[in-house]
Design a protein around this ligand. Structure first.
Ligand code: ADP
Length: 419
C-alpha cells in the first residue's frame, strides 16, 4: 500500500489498483487507545472534481465569448471585487479588487447619478433587489469611452444590503449601431416630412392654380372693357362677379383642404350623384369658354350616394378639365358622362364614367398618370389625378382609367350608396 496525503493506492481482489481516501480518528477506551481508519474508494470524488473543473472551464469560456465581466461590490468595506475582463475595461492591472472610489472615478460624470440612484432603488428591502444600469466608462489610459450594461442583485444580511453582485457587458458596438440607425431614421423622417410638405404645398398650389388663372382672365376681360370708349357695365359686372366667385371658390377649397389635413375626419352626406355632376358641369362651363358636345347619360333613378360633396365635385372638375384640355386639338370635341349601378366584389356601387374623344393615353402614360407630379402639360403640376384618386378612395370608392387611344380617354370612379 502506498500512501500520500491520506490517499492510498491499494490492489483489490482482482489485483487492480484503486485509489482510496483514508480518514483517521482516535477512540479512547479505558484499556487502551484505538485508531479508527476509514477507507473510501476515491473514484467518485475524482470524477466530481473533474466535472467541476470542466464546468468551470465551460463557464469561463462562455463568459469570455459573451464578453461578460463579474463584479462583487462589498458595501461594508467599500470595495469592488472583479475579474480580469472588468479590470481591463477600467484599465486597472489588478484583477482582484479596487476601492469603490477608484471604480466610480472611471464612470462618465454624466452617468454617475443615474447609476447611483438605480443602486439605491435596488437596495430598498421592500423591492426585489434587482439592479440594471447602462453607463459609460472612460478608460483613464487612452481616454476611450465604452458603454457598459450592468445587471446584478443586492444580497441582504440581517435585513441590510451587504453586497451587489452582478455581471457587466461591453455594449459599445450595439450602442454605436443604435446611434447610426437613429441618425438614419431621423434622416428618413426628415425626407418624409419634406415630401409631405412638398405634397401639401402642391395640393394647395393645385387648389389655387385654376381659380387664380380664372381670376386673372376675368381681370383682363374687365381691363379690356375699361379700355373701350364705351365700356359695357354688364360686361364689367359679369367679369367682376367671375373674379369674386373664383376667389370665393379658392378660399372655400383651401379652407376644406386645411380642415381635412388638420382633422383627417371626413364629413359625408347622403347626396344625389347626378346633382353633383350637374353642379360640377356648371362650374366647368363657367370657367371654360371651350365648346364641346356634352352627352349626358345619367341614370335617373340612381339611389343616393354617401360622400363629401366638395371632394367629389373637385374630382369631377379635375376630370372634366383634363378632358377638355385633351380635346383642344379635336375638331368636334365630345364629352360623354354616364352614371349607372355597378357591382364590384359583390357590392353595389354607383359608377361614373367620363369619356372624351381626345388623343387618349398610351400605355406608358397610363402607368404613371396617378403618380404625384406626373404631367405632360407645360403649365401642369401633375397633382390632379393623384389627389382625385386619394379623394375618391377616402370616400370609399375607386378611380381608374381605361387605356384607349382610339376613342380618347375613359375615366371611371365608384362611390358607395347611402344605406
Ligand atoms: P396635370 O393636369 O397638372 O398635368 P393631372 O394629374 O390632372 O395633372 O394629369 C396628369 C397627366 O395625365 C396629364 O398631364 C396628362 O398627360 C394625362 N391626362 C389626364 N387626363 C387626360 C385625358 N383626358 N386625356 C389625355 N391625357 C390625360
Amino acid at each position: 500500500m502506498i500512501c500520500t496525503n491520506n490517499e492510498f493506492i491499494a490492489q483489490d481482489h482482482n489485483r487492480q489498483e484503486r485509489l482510496l481516501d483514508a480518514s483517521f480518528s482516535t477512540i479512547e477506551t479505558e484499556q487502551k487507545p484505538y485508531i479508527l481508519i476509514i477507507f473510501n474508494i476515491a473514484d467518485r470524488r475524482i470524477q466530481a472534481e473533474k466535472a467541476l473543473r470542466a464546468s468551470e472551464e465551460r463557464l469561463r469560456l462562455a463568459k469570455q465569448a459573451a464578453g461578460l465581466g463579474i463584479f462583487d461590490y462589498d458595501f461594508k468595506h467599500n470595495m469592488v471585487y472583479w475579474d480580469e475582463q472588468m479590470s481591463m475595461l477600467w484599465s486597472k492591472h489588478t484583477s482582484r479588487a479596487v476601492s469603490y472610489d477608484e471604480f466610480i472615478a472611471a464612470i462618465h460624470p454624466e452617468d454617475r447619478a443615474s447609476r447611483e440612484s438605480t443602486i439605491n432603488h435596488a437596495m430598498d428591502p421592500a423591492g426585489n433587489g434587482e439592479f440594471k444600469a447602462e453607463y459609460r466608462v472612460i478608460n483613464p489610459v487612452n481616454n476611450i469611452t465604452r458603454w457598459i450594461s450592468a445587471r446584478g442583485r443586492i444580497y441582504f444580511e440581517d435585513g441590510q444590503p451587504a453586497r451587489l453582485v452582478g455581471v457587466t457587458r461591453d455594449v459599445t458596438d450595439q450602442k454605436n449601431l443604435q446611434k447610426k440607425l437613429q441618425i438614419q431614421r431621423d434622416e428618413t423622417e426628415s425626407i418624409f416630412k419634406q415630401q409631405v410638405a412638398a405634397l401639401t404645398a402642391s395640393a394647395i398650389a393645385h387648389e389655387l392654380n385654376q381659380p387664380l388663372a380664372a381670376v386673372s382672365a376675368y381681370g383682363e376681360v374687365a381691363l379690356h372693357e375699361l379700355h373701350n370708349s364705351f365700356p359695357s357695365s354688364d360686361n364689367l359686372k359679369r367679369a367682376l362677379e367671375g373674379c369674386v366667385g373664383q376667389a370665393q371658390r379658392a378660399g372655400k377649397s383651401l379652407h376644406e383642404l386645411m380642415a381635412f389635413l388638420q382633422k383627417g375626419r371626413l364629413v359625408t352626406k347622403r347626396l344625389s350623384l347626378n346633382d353633383i355632376i350637374n353642379d360640377a358641369l356648371k362650374i366647368v362651363s363657367h370657367d371654360y369658354y371651350a365648346e364641346f358636345n356634352l352627352i349626358l347619360d345619367l341614370q335617373p333613378d340612381l339611389p343616393d350616394v354617401q360622400c363629401n360633396c366638395t371632394q367629389v365635385q373637385k374630382v369631377l372638375i379635375n376630370l372634366f378639365r383634363n378632358a377638355i384640355e385633351a380635346m383642344h386639338t379635336v375638331k368636334f370635341p365630345a364629352l360623354t358622362i354616364t352614371t349607372t349601378m355597378y357591382i364590384i366584389a359583390g357590392m353595389r356601387m354607383a359608377l361614373v364614367t367620363i369619356q372624351d374623344n381626345g388623343p387618349g393615353l398610351n400605355t406608358a402614360i397610363v402607368d404613371r398618370i396617378f403618380e404625384p407630379f406626373f404631367t405632360t402639360k407645360s403649365a401642369g403640376i401633375g397633382m390632379g389625378l393623384a389627389i382625385s384618386r386619394a379623394l375618391i378612395e377616402t370616400n370609399g370608392g375607386q378611380l381608374w382609367v381605361n387605356c384607349n387611344t382610339r376613342t380618347g380617354a375613359t375615366f371611371h370612379f365608384t362611390l358607395p350608396f347611402a344605406s
